[in-house]
Design a binder for this molecule. Structure first.
Ligand SMILES: NC(=O)c1ccc[n+]([C@@H]2O[C@H](COP(=O)([O-])OP(=O)(O)OC[C@H]3O[C@@H](n4cnc5c(N)ncnc54)[C@H](OP(=O)(O)O)[C@@H]3O)[C@@H](O)[C@H]2O)c1
Length: 270
């Protein structure tokens, strides 16, 4: 029996509730993936983020199979082999099979492709049949997003993009919010780049609350309304990255963190 998870959720544009904090699984493989996902669920994560590209959907499915299906929100993503209408239909079936489930909570187009609209049409049909509960996109900048929503029909529930204290993409967040798409941050810890964990501003703020720089950086995103999916592989880090709901950053804290924004990707995107 799962303990109640202490965290926030956000209502998507189709009225589905999604946890604000999820567990990222990029680079977790085999038994290690099963262990980390199981530890994450025990620590309170109720959203698991995978992708066909990560080659770990089967392991995620195995870890999740020990829990009631409706207790866990599973996100996966289709990538270039699924870039087309019939290819996306096949891709959706492949993810359902890999994850050993009869529905997926959220499927995203992993990045913009020439045939994104055809992929999305296939996703929309499966969404309407109930085999996918929500559909969305990933790595669409503001121009690509604005163009996409002119033609896509069902408004994407989520746009998952790079976002962390060094490049939060607050303008994109505002554009998405105005239209009704929730922004979700990949690499919310900047994958440790730019000396994230030793950043003196995050450390100083953390000292006031007994929190780490990781927790302050994650909390900042949550407080500005961005969902986060940090990845970690040690049990301590898995636990601490969701231990975010017993304190609030003040306006002064937020004001101190904002200047860390460099206005450009740390990963060469956008
Ligand atoms: N849609 C996309 O194109 C896209 C792109 C990138 C990522 N993603 C998703 O977003 C998730 C998160 O991004 P990410 O994995 O790139 O990076 P991240 O979550 O920003 O950072 C993960 C790194 O930080 C370390 N770490 C985690 N918590 C820590 C802590 N409390 N203290 C010190 N170090 C800590 C981890 O180390 P250990 O693992 O050793 O614990 C790992 O090296 C991915 O796993 C994936 O699910 C999506």
């Amino acid at each position: 029996m799962l303990k109640t998870s202490i965290q926030q959720s956000v209502k998507l544009n189709n009225n589905i509730q999604m946890p604000m904090v999820g567990f990222g699984t990029y680079s977790l493989l085999g038994e290690n993936c099963i262990r980390c996902v199981s530890e994450a669920i025990e620590a309170g994560y109720r959203l698991i983020d995978t992708a066909q590209m990560y080659s770990n959907e089967k392991e995620v499915g195995k870890a999740v199979s020990h829990y009631k299906r409706e207790d866990i929100f599973i996100t996966t993503k289709l990538y270039s082999p699924s870039a087309g209408y019939s290819q996306a239909k096949d891709g959706i079936q492949k993810s359902l099979d890999n994850l050993q489930t009869d529905y997926i909570d959220l499927i995203l187009i992993h990045e913009p492709y020439k045939h994104s609209l055809d992929m999305y049409r296939a996703m929309t049909e499966e969404y309407q049949k109930g085999r996918i509960k929500s559909i969305g996109i990933s790595n669409f900048n503001s121009n690509l997003y604005s163009e996409f929503i002119k033609h896509c029909g069902v408004l994407p529930a989520i746009n998952q993009v790079e976002s962390h204290v060094f490049f939060p993409q607050l303008k994109l967040k505002q554009i998405l919010s105005e239209k009704g798409t929730v922004m979700q941050a990949w690499s919310p810890l900047a994958a440790g780049r730019n000396n994230f964990f030793d950043n003196h501003i995050l450390k100083r703020i953390g000292l006031q609350y007994g929190k780490t720089s990781a927790q302050i950086g994650l909390k900042y995103l949550i407080q500005v309304g961005i969902s986060v999916i940090p990845k970690a592989s040690s049990q301590d880090r898995i636990k601490s990255n969701i231990d975010l709901f017993d304190f609030e950053l003040t306006d002064d804290d937020i004001h101190s963190i904002k200047p860390l924004d460099r206005g450009k990707s740390l990963f060469g995107w956008y």
